[in-house]
Design a protein around this ligand. Structure first.
Ligand code: NDP
Length: 289
């Protein structure tokens, strides 16, 4: 069987073009410019790369980008005060606080300070509750990006067996909620799951969001299944640093479709962040979103 590689990079490129057209239309028809504020505390190199990339892509889509870089030692009260100013700023429709935060901060309290309507990461407890009860919510970017790729491949997902490996608040749990919303039969697996390989083998759709390089082996995969590899792991091989996913490369011999790493889920995440910001802007101005 020949695997179909799911080209998230190309899909994300098309999505960004669609967003840019929508942004241009918002500007022309309503005089609105969607604005995204990204807050970075400290100097984590990976976070700096993400923040730079978010700023570049936001501006490329014709949106306003506001970047706030705070020193590592910033007191939490100061960060919360900044978030409150951004909550009140009408030019800012989306607020993203780059995680992880320094150890002296309580990330939950910081995220809870973001106005739910501007919570474009979908991590605020109000949005988590809305998603969990099947209501209109801001949905976390990575799972919604995975869902777009799945819908593009399958059309309807109704009745399919979906297994999500990983139960984090930012990927695994919202992914499971979205798949339930699509009428999949969903199993969520984690580090205490017994017979993980056997459970994965039942999946028509297998989502790996674990953070363990190459953990999902080819004999864990049902022949023809669609495999979405969310993992981004940096490893050293042959003296070179490279990115690999949570799924063993040999899975391509068994799966029907597979997202590569890099170039699969990763590019979808920022594109969905831009889409959420446009949605937040439309809702803020009473426009259908
Ligand atoms: P977390 O570390 O928060 O969660 C990992 C999950 O995997 C946990 O639920 C954990 O189980 C489970 N797990 C860990 N080891 C095993 C194991 N051996 N067997 C079964 N389950 C296991 O990670 P995230 O959800 O934040 O991220 C997961 C991966 O996705 C990472 O590689 C991350 O870099 C990547 N990622 C990619 C993004 C993208 O844009 N493509 C965005 C966000 C993340 P338990 O709960 O029991 O500990």
């Amino acid at each position: 069987m020949r695997v179909a590689l799911i080209d998230g990079k190309a899909f994300a490129g098309m999505l960004r073009e669609k967003i840019a057209r929508e942004v241009a239309d918002l500007k022309e028809t309503h005089g609105l410019v969607p604005g995204l504020a990204v807050v970075l505390v400290g100097q984590d190199p990976a976070s700096e790369v993400y923040v730079r990339s978010k700023g570049t892509q936001t501006r490329a889509a014709g949106m306003a980008s506001f970047e706030h870089k705070l020193p590592e030692t910033t007191p939490q009260t100061e960060l919360v005060a900044l978030i409150e100013r951004l909550n009140a700023d009408p030019a800012v429709h989306g607020i993203l606080v780059q995680l992880p935060l320094p150890g002296h901060m309580d990330a939950t309290a910081v995220i809870d300070a973001i106005a739910p309507a501007k919570d474009v990461d979908g991590f605020h407890i109000s949005n988590v509750g809305l998603l969990g009860t099947g209501r209109t919510a801001m949905v976390p970017c990575t799972p919604v990006g995975c869902l777009m790729l799945l819908r593009d491949r399958h059309g309807s997902l109704s009745g399919l067996n979906a297994v999500v490996v990983g139960r984090s608040n930012i990927v695994g749990k919202p992914m499971a909620q979205l798949l339930l919303g699509e009428d999949c039969t969903v199993t969520v697996a984690h580090s205490r799951t017994k017979d993980l390989a056997g459970i994965c083998r039942r999946a028509d759709i297998l989502i790996a969001a674990v953070g363990q390089p190459g953990m999902v082996k080819p004999d864990w995969i049902k022949p023809g299944a669609t495999v979405i590899d969310v993992g981004i792991n940096r490893i050293e091989r042959d003296g070179k640093s490279r990115l690999v996913g949570d799924v063993d490369a040999a899975a391509a011999e068994v799966a029907g479709a597979l997202t590569p790493v890099p170039g699969g889920v990763g590019p979808m995440t920022i594109a969905c962040l831009l889409a959420n910001t446009v949605t937040a802007c439309r809702r803020a101005h009473g426009l259908a979103a």
